[in-house]
Structures are given as structure tokens and as C-alpha cells.
Design a protein around this ligand. Structure first.
Ligand code: ADE
Length: 230
């Protein structure tokens, strides 16, 4: 069964797609699923598009239609914790939806009827990703821990401070990871995610993000995936 490689944006996936040999694209649910070989492995690469619903729909197709072995996400995130700077890399140990709030029916952040707010990633794949990061980007600072997701591009110092205060162990913020983690829990599918820090989710986030996406994101994704599968 193939390994799925997922990103939200074209720029995060472009160089990975170039590495795929004998790639054949299939259109499902408005997305192109590229199936082929990468460094001797059977893979399916797909651009999920941005946000939790797009990510969940993509993960569901990967589970139901392609019966993938595991889902690996590669992309960018905004740094939240003080020590998480632009250019650092975060491998997620667990995910939480920072915009989930069904209180007072359920505690804030808890996914209703799941009895949990935090969704773990697969230990083995996460360790393999972390080791690939060390080989591919030996000068980058690597963090491992909680990543939070929400349907909002966090682009002000005020908003990122509120997130930092409410979720002090959150390393980074993005818009898809927790949704995929929830779907993977539903299907019993291993999931791991690596995010390069494109911005600090502050007042400069928009410009920093654009620059990073254009110049660096795709190269970093491809280098990490190459190291992982070699
Ligand atoms: N992905 C990259 N930077 C982000 C930010 N500041 N907020 C949400 N998602 C992001």
C-alpha cells in the first residue's frame, strides 16, 4: 500500500512532485492525487488545499479510496513558543484544534464525543521524520511537541500572545494538522507531520509567510522527504 505525502499549498509540494518517477495523476474530489515511485517507495502525493475541512476531506479519500499505509504531512507553520524561530523545523507529537470550543457542553478545545482535545501522531513515523530532518537540514533547530490548528491565519502579535498564554506548550500554529490527526485516529492510520517555521504568527506574519513559501518551503519539503525515503 502506498505512503501518502500531503501538503496544503502547491508551493509546499512542488519539489516533491518533481521527485516522483512515473507519476500518474488521478482527479478525485477536485484534487490531483499523484501516484508513482519516490526513492523506491510507492507514494501518493496530493495538495489538500488550506484549512481543516479541506485537509479532512483529503485524508478521508486517502484512507477510503487509496488505502494508504500512512499519511505524512509536510509544510509550513507559524512559530508560537518563544524559542521557535523562522527557519526552525517542528515535528508534531500531538495536535489540537485551537478554535474548537463547544463549551459549556464540552471542555474548551475538546473534540466533542471524542473525549479528547489532543490527537497523537505516530511515534515511529515521527521519529523517522525527525531523523530525516537532521540529515536533510543539519543546521536547522528541530522542535518536537504540540502543534495547534485552526481555520485562521494567525497574523498579529496580539492573537499569537493569546494562543501562547492559553496553550503554553504549543510550539507552532497551522491550519490542517489536527483535522488530519482526527481522521487518522478514526481510521487507525499512522500519521506524522513536519512543518518548517515560515513566520512568527505576528504582525509581520503575512510578508514573512509569502517570502518563505516562494523561496524555501518546497525545497525544504523535498529535502526532508528525500532523506526520509532514502
Ligand atoms: N501557516 C504558516 N504560518 C501560519 C500562521 N501564522 N497562521 C496559521 N497558519 C500558518
Amino acid at each position: 500500500m502506498p505512503l501518502a505525502i500531503v501538503s496544503a499549498m502547491r508551493e509546499e509540494l512542488a519539489a516533491v512532485l518533481e521527485d516522483i518517477e512515473h507519476g500518474v495523476a488521478e482527479q478525485v474530489a477536485g484534487r490531483e492525487f499523484w501516484r508513482g515511485r519516490l526513492r523506491g517507495h510507492d507514494v501518493i502525493a496530493v495538495q489538500a488545499r488550506i484549512g481543516k475541512v479541506a485537509a479532512a476531506a483529503t485524508a478521508t479519500v486517502l484512507a477510503e479510496r487509496y488505502r494508504v499505509d500512512a499519511i505524512l504531512f509536510t509544510g509550513v507553520a507559524g512559530g508560537l513558543a518563544t524559542g521557535v524561530q523562522r527557519g526552525d523545523v517542528v515535528v508534531a507529537e500531538e495536535f489540537l484544534q485551537h478554535d474548537m470550543d463547544a463549551s459549556p457542553l464540552f471542555p474548551r478545545f475538546e473534540a466533542p464525543l471524542y473525549g479528547r482535545a489532543r490527537f497523537p501522531t505516530d511515534l515511529d513515523w515521527s521519529e523517522r521524520l525527525a531523523s530525516a530532518v537532521k540529515r536533510a537540514l543539519p543546521h536547522a533547530v528541530l522542535h518536537q511537541g504540540l502543534v495547534v490548528s485552526g481555520d485562521r491565519f494567525v497574523s498579529s502579535a496580539v492573537e499569537s500572545r493569546v494562543l501562547r498564554d492559553t496553550l503554553p506548550d504549543a510550539l507552532a500554529v497551522e491550519m490542517e494538522g489536527a483535522a488530519i490527526a482526527q481522521v487518522c485516529l478514526d481510521y487507525g492510520l499512522p500519521y506524522a507531520a513536519v512543518r518548517t517555521v515560515s513566520d512568527r504568527a505576528d504582525d509581520e506574519a503575512h510578508g514573512d509567510f509569502q517570502k518563505f513559501i516562494e523561496e524555501t518551503a518546497s525545497r525544504h519539503s523535498a529535502a526532508i522527504i528525500r532523506a526520509l525515503l532514502s
